[in-house]
Design a protein around this ligand. Structure first.
Ligand code: SF4
Ligand code: SF4
Length: 247
């Protein structure tokens, strides 16, 4: 089974924003919403040690995504390829997942009252695995690389494991991002300094926490017990030769 990941080469990114436009067009992203972003970080330091970069980001499709347990309906889930996705039919737009993402990678689409985010262009790739996400295909600098990290012959495997790739992690927020940054390591330090993942957003708001950790399991357990009781009564009546349900 594939394990999808993306690499972004900060030495190649020129900050043109073509990736963001491609994504908006591909997925009809709401004005004011974003499935990916490019934020300039202005030059810092003293000449000649001056550095600038772009925070070119998206959902990290984390190994231990804090957004998934925050979702009360199960709409946010991780598929077998590691992609963190939103089932729009199940989403009720409560926004608990938005509050539980330390990277700010989700937005509430007010047009349909659902939450939206990057899904590595799953609907585009699943019918044809040879296609690439819209942002990768559009990038004029070839700064974005996408593929199956578990495939030793893939380009992303060679780049991630063959170079000092880094992820946007801190001591407080280490949930296994699957977006890797290539290039000058100082650029990643700049991104983390200006846009660190928020350690206060790794758990859902209290109502969501109570629902997802306690009430939802209790409701599901209650339904299961009731169902088991009905089934037991049914078979008991059958075994005694009675007609079920007083027929
Ligand atoms: Fe969830 Fe945010 Fe991680 Fe994406 S970046 S998987 S939305 S916690
Ligand atoms: Fe950077 Fe490529 Fe996006 Fe342009 S399209 S901002 S070069 S990643």
């Amino acid at each position: 089974m594939a394990r999808y990941a993306m690499a972004i080469d900060l030495d190649r990114c020129v900050g043109c924003g073509a990736c963001v436009l491609a994504c908006k067009g591909e997925w009809n992203v709401m004005d004011g919403g974003a499935r990916d972003w490019v934020i300039p970080i202005l030059p810092e330091g003293r000449f000649p040690d001056v550095a600038s970069t772009f925070y070119t980001g998206l959902c990290n499709h984390c190994d231990e995504p804090s957004c998934v347990p925050a979702c009360p309906t199960g709409a946010t889930y991780q598929d077998e390829s590691g992609r963190v996705r939103v089932d729009k039919d199940l989403c009720i737009g409560c926004g608990y997942c938005v509050a539980a993402c330390p990277y700010g990678a989700r937005y509430h689409d007010a047009r349909v009252h659902k939450v939206d985010k990057c899904d590595f262009c799953a609907e585009r790739l699943d019918p044809d695995p040879h296609r690439e996400p819209a942002c990768v295909q559009t990038c004029p600098a070839s700064a974005r690389i996408f593929g199956d990290l578990s495939d030793p012959s893939s380009r992303i495997n060679a780049l991630v494991y063959g170079s000092p790739a880094r992820r946007l992690e801190t001591a407080e927020v280490a949930i296994g991002p699957n977006v890797y940054y290539l290039g000058d390591a100082h650029h990643v330090d700049q991104i983390l300094a200006h846009h660190p993942p928020d350690p206060h957003r790794t758990v859902p708001p209290l109502p969501g926490l109570v629902w997802s950790r306690f009430l939802r399991p209790a409701v599901l357990a209650g339904v299961a017990v009731a169902f088991a009781g009905q089934a037991a009564a049914f078979f008991y009546q059958l075994a005694r030769g009675e007609k079920p349900f007083g027929e």
